[in-house]
Design a protein around this ligand. Structure first.
Ligand code: GLN
Length: 496
Protein backbone atom coordinates (compact mmCIF):
# COMPACT_ATOMS: atom_id res chain seq x y z
CA UNK A 1 0.00 0.00 0.00
CA UNK A 2 2.82 2.37 0.92
CA UNK A 3 4.15 2.72 -2.60
CA UNK A 4 0.78 4.20 -3.60
CA UNK A 5 1.23 7.18 -1.32
CA UNK A 6 3.00 9.16 -4.02
CA UNK A 7 -0.13 9.24 -6.19
CA UNK A 8 -2.42 12.26 -6.37
CA UNK A 9 -5.78 11.99 -4.59
CA UNK A 10 -7.92 11.67 -7.71
CA UNK A 11 -5.92 8.59 -8.79
CA UNK A 12 -6.24 7.06 -5.33
CA UNK A 13 -9.95 7.76 -5.47
CA UNK A 14 -10.16 5.93 -8.81
CA UNK A 15 -8.54 2.90 -7.17
CA UNK A 16 -10.92 3.09 -4.20
CA UNK A 17 -13.94 3.42 -6.47
CA UNK A 18 -12.82 0.50 -8.62
CA UNK A 19 -12.48 -1.61 -5.48
CA UNK A 20 -8.72 -2.06 -6.04
CA UNK A 21 -7.81 -0.69 -2.62
CA UNK A 22 -9.55 -0.28 0.68
CA UNK A 23 -9.63 3.32 1.83
CA UNK A 24 -9.40 2.44 5.53
CA UNK A 25 -6.14 0.58 4.79
CA UNK A 26 -4.92 3.52 2.75
CA UNK A 27 -5.62 5.89 5.62
CA UNK A 28 -3.85 3.65 8.08
CA UNK A 29 -0.79 3.32 5.80
CA UNK A 30 -0.68 7.07 5.22
CA UNK A 31 -0.97 7.84 8.92
CA UNK A 32 1.78 5.41 9.90
CA UNK A 33 4.09 6.66 7.16
CA UNK A 34 3.51 10.31 8.07
CA UNK A 35 4.28 9.69 11.73
CA UNK A 36 7.25 7.49 10.95
CA UNK A 37 9.19 10.10 8.99
CA UNK A 38 8.07 13.25 10.79
CA UNK A 39 11.03 13.54 13.12
CA UNK A 40 13.15 14.36 10.04
CA UNK A 41 11.05 17.26 8.81
CA UNK A 42 8.88 18.32 11.80
CA UNK A 43 5.84 19.00 9.64
CA UNK A 44 3.24 18.15 12.31
CA UNK A 45 2.45 19.67 15.70
CA UNK A 46 -0.24 17.20 16.74
CA UNK A 47 -1.84 13.99 15.54
CA UNK A 48 -5.35 12.69 15.60
CA UNK A 49 -4.81 9.49 17.52
CA UNK A 50 -8.23 8.03 16.77
CA UNK A 51 -7.61 6.39 13.42
CA UNK A 52 -10.58 4.10 13.87
CA UNK A 53 -13.47 6.33 12.85
CA UNK A 54 -16.23 4.03 11.68
CA UNK A 55 -18.01 6.68 9.65
CA UNK A 56 -15.21 6.75 7.06
CA UNK A 57 -16.39 3.38 5.89
CA UNK A 58 -19.69 4.77 4.72
CA UNK A 59 -20.13 6.10 1.19
CA UNK A 60 -21.18 9.73 0.69
CA UNK A 61 -24.86 10.19 1.34
CA UNK A 62 -25.57 12.62 -1.45
CA UNK A 63 -24.58 10.91 -4.68
CA UNK A 64 -25.73 13.82 -6.85
CA UNK A 65 -22.80 16.01 -5.86
CA UNK A 66 -19.98 16.60 -8.35
CA UNK A 67 -16.86 14.58 -7.64
CA UNK A 68 -15.55 15.35 -4.14
CA UNK A 69 -12.40 15.01 -2.11
CA UNK A 70 -13.75 11.97 -0.34
CA UNK A 71 -12.53 9.21 2.02
CA UNK A 72 -8.92 10.38 1.75
CA UNK A 73 -6.35 11.33 4.40
CA UNK A 74 -5.38 14.98 4.70
CA UNK A 75 -3.70 17.44 7.07
CA UNK A 76 -4.58 20.99 8.15
CA UNK A 77 -2.40 23.89 9.19
CA UNK A 78 -2.66 24.31 12.94
CA UNK A 79 -4.56 27.55 12.50
CA UNK A 80 -7.84 25.91 11.50
CA UNK A 81 -9.94 25.18 14.56
CA UNK A 82 -10.63 21.48 14.95
CA UNK A 83 -13.18 20.13 17.38
CA UNK A 84 -11.52 18.10 20.10
CA UNK A 85 -8.04 18.50 18.61
CA UNK A 86 -5.49 20.97 19.99
CA UNK A 87 -5.11 24.14 17.88
CA UNK A 88 -2.09 26.31 18.66
CA UNK A 89 -1.53 28.64 15.66
CA UNK A 90 2.13 27.74 16.21
CA UNK A 91 2.13 29.83 19.37
CA UNK A 92 2.97 29.06 22.97
CA UNK A 93 0.09 31.30 23.99
CA UNK A 94 -2.44 28.76 22.66
CA UNK A 95 -0.71 25.63 23.91
CA UNK A 96 -3.34 23.21 25.14
CA UNK A 97 -6.25 25.06 23.55
CA UNK A 98 -8.83 22.54 22.33
CA UNK A 99 -11.55 24.23 20.25
CA UNK A 100 -15.16 23.18 20.74
CA UNK A 101 -15.93 23.58 17.02
CA UNK A 102 -14.57 22.87 13.54
CA UNK A 103 -13.63 25.49 10.96
CA UNK A 104 -16.18 25.39 8.14
CA UNK A 105 -13.83 23.82 5.60
CA UNK A 106 -12.72 21.19 8.12
CA UNK A 107 -16.33 20.32 8.80
CA UNK A 108 -17.04 20.01 5.05
CA UNK A 109 -14.08 17.65 4.70
CA UNK A 110 -15.23 15.69 7.73
CA UNK A 111 -18.71 15.42 6.28
CA UNK A 112 -17.15 14.04 3.09
CA UNK A 113 -15.57 11.31 5.29
CA UNK A 114 -11.96 12.32 4.97
CA UNK A 115 -9.46 11.59 7.67
CA UNK A 116 -7.79 14.61 9.26
CA UNK A 117 -4.52 12.99 10.34
CA UNK A 118 -3.16 15.91 12.30
CA UNK A 119 -2.29 19.57 12.48
CA UNK A 120 0.73 20.98 10.73
CA UNK A 121 3.46 23.31 11.87
CA UNK A 122 3.51 26.99 10.91
CA UNK A 123 5.16 30.30 11.61
CA UNK A 124 3.47 31.66 14.73
CA UNK A 125 0.02 33.05 13.86
CA UNK A 126 0.99 32.65 10.17
CA UNK A 127 3.54 35.47 10.44
CA UNK A 128 6.62 34.50 8.52
CA UNK A 129 8.00 33.19 5.25
CA UNK A 130 10.27 30.38 6.36
CA UNK A 131 8.80 27.97 8.90
CA UNK A 132 11.34 29.07 11.51
CA UNK A 133 9.00 31.17 13.67
CA UNK A 134 7.00 28.39 15.30
CA UNK A 135 7.03 27.74 19.04
CA UNK A 136 7.07 24.05 18.07
CA UNK A 137 10.39 23.95 16.28
CA UNK A 138 11.69 24.58 12.78
CA UNK A 139 10.20 22.71 9.80
CA UNK A 140 12.72 21.44 7.24
CA UNK A 141 12.61 21.39 3.46
CA UNK A 142 12.36 17.74 2.34
CA UNK A 143 14.56 18.51 -0.71
CA UNK A 144 17.43 19.48 1.58
CA UNK A 145 17.14 19.54 5.36
CA UNK A 146 19.45 22.57 5.69
CA UNK A 147 16.98 24.77 3.81
CA UNK A 148 13.68 26.35 4.82
CA UNK A 149 10.46 24.97 3.33
CA UNK A 150 8.95 28.46 3.06
CA UNK A 151 6.11 29.71 5.17
CA UNK A 152 3.99 30.33 6.91
CA UNK A 153 2.11 27.12 5.98
CA UNK A 154 5.41 25.25 6.17
CA UNK A 155 4.17 21.98 7.67
CA UNK A 156 1.31 21.63 5.19
CA UNK A 157 3.64 22.13 2.23
CA UNK A 158 6.15 19.63 3.58
CA UNK A 159 3.45 17.09 4.44
CA UNK A 160 2.31 16.97 0.80
CA UNK A 161 5.84 17.14 -0.64
CA UNK A 162 7.16 14.34 1.60
CA UNK A 163 4.12 12.13 0.87
CA UNK A 164 2.89 12.40 4.46
CA UNK A 165 -0.48 13.58 3.20
CA UNK A 166 -2.43 13.57 -0.06
CA UNK A 167 -3.63 17.13 0.41
CA UNK A 168 -3.22 19.78 3.08
CA UNK A 169 -5.04 22.97 3.99
CA UNK A 170 -3.10 26.17 4.54
CA UNK A 171 -3.82 29.86 4.79
CA UNK A 172 -2.47 32.58 2.54
CA UNK A 173 -2.41 36.15 3.86
CA UNK A 174 0.54 37.31 1.79
CA UNK A 175 1.75 34.19 0.02
CA UNK A 176 1.82 31.53 2.71
CA UNK A 177 0.39 28.84 0.46
CA UNK A 178 2.01 29.76 -2.86
CA UNK A 179 5.54 30.46 -1.59
CA UNK A 180 6.02 27.27 0.49
CA UNK A 181 4.44 25.29 -2.37
CA UNK A 182 7.11 26.75 -4.63
CA UNK A 183 9.92 26.03 -2.14
CA UNK A 184 8.74 22.41 -1.77
CA UNK A 185 7.92 21.76 -5.45
CA UNK A 186 4.17 21.15 -5.23
CA UNK A 187 0.95 22.88 -6.27
CA UNK A 188 -0.39 25.58 -3.92
CA UNK A 189 -3.54 27.55 -4.54
CA UNK A 190 -4.93 30.64 -2.88
CA UNK A 191 -8.48 31.30 -4.10
CA UNK A 192 -10.02 34.72 -4.63
CA UNK A 193 -10.89 36.26 -1.24
CA UNK A 194 -14.25 34.84 -0.18
CA UNK A 195 -14.19 31.58 -2.16
CA UNK A 196 -13.64 29.52 1.00
CA UNK A 197 -15.24 30.45 4.31
CA UNK A 198 -12.88 31.92 6.90
CA UNK A 199 -15.07 30.72 9.77
CA UNK A 200 -12.79 28.88 12.18
CA UNK A 201 -9.53 30.30 10.80
CA UNK A 202 -7.61 31.94 13.60
CA UNK A 203 -7.37 35.54 12.39
CA UNK A 204 -4.08 37.23 11.51
CA UNK A 205 -5.10 39.94 9.03
CA UNK A 206 -8.79 39.46 8.30
CA UNK A 207 -8.87 41.49 5.09
CA UNK A 208 -6.05 39.43 3.53
CA UNK A 209 -6.48 35.97 5.15
CA UNK A 210 -7.81 33.23 2.93
CA UNK A 211 -7.74 29.43 3.22
CA UNK A 212 -5.82 27.66 0.48
CA UNK A 213 -4.93 24.18 -0.73
CA UNK A 214 -1.69 22.21 -1.19
CA UNK A 215 -1.75 19.20 -3.49
CA UNK A 216 0.35 17.17 -5.91
CA UNK A 217 -1.52 18.51 -8.92
CA UNK A 218 -4.18 20.99 -9.92
CA UNK A 219 -6.87 18.33 -10.31
CA UNK A 220 -6.58 17.53 -6.61
CA UNK A 221 -6.95 21.22 -5.85
CA UNK A 222 -10.13 21.27 -7.93
CA UNK A 223 -11.41 18.13 -6.21
CA UNK A 224 -10.88 19.77 -2.83
CA UNK A 225 -12.54 23.01 -3.97
CA UNK A 226 -15.67 21.00 -4.78
CA UNK A 227 -15.78 19.97 -1.13
CA UNK A 228 -14.73 23.15 0.67
CA UNK A 229 -15.98 26.07 -1.46
CA UNK A 230 -19.49 26.38 -0.04
CA UNK A 231 -21.67 29.30 1.07
CA UNK A 232 -21.46 30.05 4.79
CA UNK A 233 -23.70 32.36 6.73
CA UNK A 234 -21.18 32.41 9.60
CA UNK A 235 -18.69 34.36 7.44
CA UNK A 236 -20.22 37.50 5.97
CA UNK A 237 -17.33 37.86 3.51
CA UNK A 238 -17.83 34.37 2.08
CA UNK A 239 -18.90 34.56 -1.55
CA UNK A 240 -18.78 30.90 -2.50
CA UNK A 241 -21.86 29.74 -4.34
CA UNK A 242 -21.24 26.02 -4.14
CA UNK A 243 -22.55 25.50 -7.66
CA UNK A 244 -19.30 25.34 -9.62
CA UNK A 245 -17.98 21.88 -10.48
CA UNK A 246 -14.29 22.77 -10.32
CA UNK A 247 -13.19 19.21 -11.04
CA UNK A 248 -14.99 18.96 -14.39
CA UNK A 249 -14.29 22.56 -15.27
CA UNK A 250 -10.55 22.23 -14.65
CA UNK A 251 -10.35 19.50 -17.27
CA UNK A 252 -11.86 21.66 -19.99
CA UNK A 253 -9.46 22.70 -22.71
CA UNK A 254 -7.53 25.93 -22.72
CA UNK A 255 -6.88 27.21 -26.22
CA UNK A 256 -3.34 28.44 -25.82
CA UNK A 257 -3.50 30.26 -29.12
CA UNK A 258 -6.31 32.42 -27.77
CA UNK A 259 -4.68 33.06 -24.42
CA UNK A 260 -3.05 36.35 -23.49
CA UNK A 261 -0.58 35.85 -20.66
CA UNK A 262 0.54 39.06 -18.95
CA UNK A 263 4.03 39.25 -17.49
CA UNK A 264 4.99 42.01 -15.08
CA UNK A 265 8.24 43.55 -16.29
CA UNK A 266 9.64 44.60 -12.89
CA UNK A 267 9.07 41.03 -11.66
CA UNK A 268 11.33 39.72 -14.43
CA UNK A 269 14.16 42.02 -13.57
CA UNK A 270 17.41 40.30 -12.64
CA UNK A 271 18.00 42.91 -9.94
CA UNK A 272 14.96 41.59 -8.13
CA UNK A 273 14.76 37.95 -9.21
CA UNK A 274 17.50 35.30 -8.69
CA UNK A 275 19.07 33.86 -11.84
CA UNK A 276 17.91 30.20 -11.51
CA UNK A 277 14.35 31.35 -10.77
CA UNK A 278 14.40 33.64 -13.80
CA UNK A 279 15.84 30.95 -16.09
CA UNK A 280 13.04 28.54 -15.23
CA UNK A 281 10.44 31.27 -15.56
CA UNK A 282 11.68 32.15 -19.07
CA UNK A 283 11.57 28.48 -20.01
CA UNK A 284 7.95 28.28 -18.81
CA UNK A 285 7.05 31.33 -20.90
CA UNK A 286 8.69 29.73 -23.91
CA UNK A 287 6.66 26.55 -23.43
CA UNK A 288 3.49 28.64 -23.44
CA UNK A 289 4.49 30.71 -26.49
CA UNK A 290 5.41 27.52 -28.35
CA UNK A 291 1.90 26.29 -27.60
CA UNK A 292 0.53 29.48 -29.15
CA UNK A 293 0.01 31.81 -26.18
CA UNK A 294 0.60 35.52 -26.59
CA UNK A 295 2.91 37.05 -23.98
CA UNK A 296 2.02 40.64 -23.09
CA UNK A 297 4.55 42.72 -21.15
CA UNK A 298 3.01 44.93 -18.49
CA UNK A 299 4.30 47.60 -16.21
CA UNK A 300 3.47 47.73 -12.50
CA UNK A 301 4.62 51.08 -11.13
CA UNK A 302 3.62 50.14 -7.58
CA UNK A 303 6.08 47.28 -7.35
CA UNK A 304 8.43 49.16 -5.04
CA UNK A 305 5.67 50.24 -2.67
CA UNK A 306 3.13 47.50 -2.18
CA UNK A 307 5.30 45.38 0.12
CA UNK A 308 5.49 48.26 2.60
CA UNK A 309 1.74 48.86 2.33
CA UNK A 310 1.10 45.16 2.91
CA UNK A 311 3.20 45.06 6.08
CA UNK A 312 1.51 48.17 7.47
CA UNK A 313 -1.98 46.77 6.85
CA UNK A 314 -1.32 43.27 8.19
CA UNK A 315 0.47 44.57 11.28
CA UNK A 316 -2.38 47.00 11.98
CA UNK A 317 -4.95 44.23 11.67
CA UNK A 318 -2.95 41.73 13.70
CA UNK A 319 -2.47 44.20 16.55
CA UNK A 320 -6.23 44.33 16.82
CA UNK A 321 -6.94 40.62 16.18
CA UNK A 322 -4.37 39.37 18.69
CA UNK A 323 -5.69 41.55 21.51
CA UNK A 324 -8.01 38.67 22.42
CA UNK A 325 -5.11 36.62 23.81
CA UNK A 326 -5.28 37.91 27.32
CA UNK A 327 -4.57 34.75 29.32
CA UNK A 328 -8.19 34.56 30.46
CA UNK A 329 -10.15 32.94 27.70
CA UNK A 330 -7.65 30.79 25.79
CA UNK A 331 -4.38 28.98 26.20
CA UNK A 332 -1.77 29.58 28.87
CA UNK A 333 -2.74 31.38 32.06
CA UNK A 334 -1.10 33.29 34.86
CA UNK A 335 -2.12 33.39 38.51
CA UNK A 336 -1.28 37.03 39.02
CA UNK A 337 -4.02 38.87 40.91
CA UNK A 338 -3.39 42.15 39.15
CA UNK A 339 -4.94 42.33 35.67
CA UNK A 340 -2.10 44.25 34.05
CA UNK A 341 0.50 41.93 35.55
CA UNK A 342 -1.50 39.00 34.22
CA UNK A 343 -1.57 40.40 30.66
CA UNK A 344 2.10 41.16 30.86
CA UNK A 345 3.07 37.73 32.10
CA UNK A 346 0.97 35.79 29.60
CA UNK A 347 1.87 37.90 26.58
CA UNK A 348 5.57 38.15 27.27
CA UNK A 349 5.84 34.37 27.74
CA UNK A 350 3.22 33.44 25.17
CA UNK A 351 4.12 35.46 22.07
CA UNK A 352 7.32 34.98 20.09
CA UNK A 353 9.60 37.80 18.90
CA UNK A 354 8.12 38.21 15.42
CA UNK A 355 4.55 38.41 16.71
CA UNK A 356 5.56 40.99 19.31
CA UNK A 357 7.36 43.02 16.65
CA UNK A 358 4.23 43.11 14.48
CA UNK A 359 1.87 43.97 17.32
CA UNK A 360 4.14 46.89 18.23
CA UNK A 361 4.38 48.05 14.64
CA UNK A 362 0.63 47.71 14.15
CA UNK A 363 -0.17 49.61 17.32
CA UNK A 364 2.21 52.34 16.21
CA UNK A 365 0.71 52.83 12.74
CA UNK A 366 -2.79 52.96 14.21
CA UNK A 367 -1.99 55.50 16.88
CA UNK A 368 -3.19 59.09 16.69
CA UNK A 369 -0.82 61.23 14.66
CA UNK A 370 0.56 58.27 12.68
CA UNK A 371 -2.71 56.83 11.44
CA UNK A 372 -2.96 59.23 8.49
CA UNK A 373 0.71 59.09 7.68
CA UNK A 374 0.94 55.28 7.55
CA UNK A 375 -2.30 53.34 7.78
CA UNK A 376 -4.42 55.57 5.58
CA UNK A 377 -1.72 55.87 2.94
CA UNK A 378 -1.29 52.10 2.91
CA UNK A 379 -5.01 51.70 2.37
CA UNK A 380 -4.92 54.20 -0.47
CA UNK A 381 -2.06 52.27 -2.02
CA UNK A 382 -4.07 49.10 -1.68
CA UNK A 383 -6.86 50.70 -3.72
CA UNK A 384 -4.31 51.73 -6.34
CA UNK A 385 -2.94 48.18 -6.55
CA UNK A 386 -6.45 46.91 -7.13
CA UNK A 387 -7.02 49.47 -9.88
CA UNK A 388 -3.74 48.75 -11.62
CA UNK A 389 -4.52 45.04 -11.58
CA UNK A 390 -8.02 45.68 -12.95
CA UNK A 391 -6.44 47.65 -15.78
CA UNK A 392 -4.05 44.76 -16.50
CA UNK A 393 -6.95 42.33 -16.73
CA UNK A 394 -8.53 44.38 -19.49
CA UNK A 395 -5.47 43.51 -21.60
CA UNK A 396 -4.74 39.90 -20.57
CA UNK A 397 -6.57 36.75 -19.40
CA UNK A 398 -4.08 35.75 -16.76
CA UNK A 399 -0.83 37.00 -15.22
CA UNK A 400 2.32 34.92 -14.81
CA UNK A 401 5.19 35.73 -12.44
CA UNK A 402 7.82 33.74 -10.57
CA UNK A 403 6.21 32.68 -7.27
CA UNK A 404 9.23 33.60 -5.20
CA UNK A 405 12.04 35.95 -6.18
CA UNK A 406 14.58 33.61 -4.59
CA UNK A 407 15.36 29.92 -4.23
CA UNK A 408 14.73 28.44 -0.77
CA UNK A 409 17.28 29.93 1.64
CA UNK A 410 19.25 28.29 4.42
CA UNK A 411 17.74 27.79 7.86
CA UNK A 412 18.93 30.73 9.97
CA UNK A 413 19.98 32.83 6.97
CA UNK A 414 17.37 35.60 7.37
CA UNK A 415 16.33 35.08 10.95
CA UNK A 416 18.18 38.18 12.22
CA UNK A 417 17.01 40.33 9.34
CA UNK A 418 13.23 40.74 9.20
CA UNK A 419 13.36 43.10 6.21
CA UNK A 420 15.23 40.54 4.12
CA UNK A 421 12.59 38.01 5.14
CA UNK A 422 9.77 40.38 4.13
CA UNK A 423 11.39 40.95 0.73
CA UNK A 424 10.93 37.31 -0.12
CA UNK A 425 7.17 38.03 -0.40
CA UNK A 426 7.70 40.38 -3.33
CA UNK A 427 5.84 38.30 -5.91
CA UNK A 428 2.92 37.16 -3.79
CA UNK A 429 1.51 39.94 -1.58
CA UNK A 430 -0.03 42.17 -4.25
CA UNK A 431 -2.62 39.45 -4.90
CA UNK A 432 -3.72 39.52 -1.29
CA UNK A 433 -3.99 43.31 -1.34
CA UNK A 434 -6.16 43.06 -4.44
CA UNK A 435 -8.14 40.10 -3.03
CA UNK A 436 -7.70 37.93 -6.09
CA UNK A 437 -6.58 34.32 -6.67
CA UNK A 438 -3.18 32.80 -7.44
CA UNK A 439 -1.65 29.38 -7.90
CA UNK A 440 1.89 28.00 -7.80
CA UNK A 441 2.80 25.30 -10.29
CA UNK A 442 6.26 23.71 -10.06
CA UNK A 443 8.47 24.56 -13.03
CA UNK A 444 11.82 22.96 -12.33
CA UNK A 445 14.82 23.07 -10.04
CA UNK A 446 17.68 25.43 -9.42
CA UNK A 447 21.00 24.91 -7.73
CA UNK A 448 22.34 26.68 -4.69
CA UNK A 449 25.57 25.67 -2.95
CA UNK A 450 25.25 22.20 -4.42
CA UNK A 451 21.65 21.72 -3.27
CA UNK A 452 18.93 21.02 -5.82
CA UNK A 453 15.89 23.12 -4.90
CA UNK A 454 12.46 23.56 -6.52
CA UNK A 455 11.13 26.67 -8.27
CA UNK A 456 7.60 27.61 -9.27
CA UNK A 457 5.57 29.78 -11.61
CA UNK A 458 2.61 31.73 -10.28
CA UNK A 459 -0.54 32.33 -12.30
CA UNK A 460 -2.89 35.08 -11.16
CA UNK A 461 -6.49 35.54 -12.24
CA UNK A 462 -8.97 38.41 -12.10
CA UNK A 463 -11.23 38.11 -9.04
CA UNK A 464 -13.57 35.11 -9.22
CA UNK A 465 -12.04 33.78 -12.44
CA UNK A 466 -10.68 30.93 -10.36
CA UNK A 467 -12.04 28.24 -12.64
CA UNK A 468 -10.02 29.72 -15.50
CA UNK A 469 -6.98 29.82 -13.21
CA UNK A 470 -7.29 26.13 -12.34
CA UNK A 471 -7.82 25.22 -15.97
CA UNK A 472 -4.67 27.07 -16.96
CA UNK A 473 -2.75 25.45 -14.10
CA UNK A 474 -3.89 22.01 -15.23
CA UNK A 475 -3.06 22.70 -18.89
CA UNK A 476 0.35 24.06 -17.92
CA UNK A 477 1.03 20.78 -16.10
CA UNK A 478 0.13 18.88 -19.31
CA UNK A 479 2.31 21.19 -21.36
CA UNK A 480 5.37 20.55 -19.23
CA UNK A 481 4.55 16.90 -18.50
CA UNK A 482 4.47 17.62 -14.77
CA UNK A 483 4.04 14.67 -12.42
CA UNK A 484 5.02 14.93 -8.78
CA UNK A 485 8.16 13.01 -7.87
CA UNK A 486 9.21 13.28 -4.24
CA UNK A 487 12.84 13.49 -3.09
CA UNK A 488 14.77 10.23 -3.32
CA UNK A 489 14.85 9.57 0.43
CA UNK A 490 11.06 9.69 0.52
CA UNK A 491 10.84 7.23 -2.38
CA UNK A 492 13.30 4.93 -0.59
CA UNK A 493 11.16 5.06 2.56
CA UNK A 494 7.99 4.40 0.57
CA UNK A 495 9.52 1.36 -1.07
CA UNK A 496 11.35 0.08 2.00
N1 GLN B 1 5.17 36.17 4.79
C1 GLN B 1 3.95 36.92 4.86
C2 GLN B 1 3.78 37.50 6.25
O1 GLN B 1 4.57 37.18 7.10
C3 GLN B 1 2.79 36.07 4.47
C4 GLN B 1 2.16 35.35 5.59
C5 GLN B 1 0.94 34.62 5.22
O2 GLN B 1 0.55 34.55 4.05
N2 GLN B 1 0.28 34.08 6.24
O3 GLN B 1 2.89 38.26 6.48
Amino acid sequence: MRELLVKPGHELLDLIEQGEIDHAELQEAQYQFARGIDERVNAFISWDEEVEHQEWRLPMVDQDLPRQFHRLPYAAKDIFTTKGLQTTAGSRILKGYVPPYDASCVSHLRHAKNHLMGKTNLDEFAMGSSGEMSAYGVTRNPWDFDYVPGGSSSGSAVAVAACQSVMALGTDTGGSVRQPASFCGIVGYRPTYGMISRYGLIAYSSSCDQAGIFARDTLDVALTMNTVSKPDERDSTCQATGDIDFYTDTQRDVHWNKLRVGVIKPLMDSARIDAPVLTNFQASLKAMTDAGAEIVELDFPLVDYYLAAYYIIVCAECSSNLARYDGIRYGIVSDDEDLLARYRSVRSRGFGAEVKRRILLGTYVLSAGYYDAYYDRARQLRRDVREQLEAMFTKVDVLATPTSPVLPFKIGEHIQDPVQMYLSDLCTVFINLAGTGGINIPNGFGERDGAKLPTGIQFVCAPFRDNLLLRIGHQFEQLTGWKYQPPQWVLDELNA
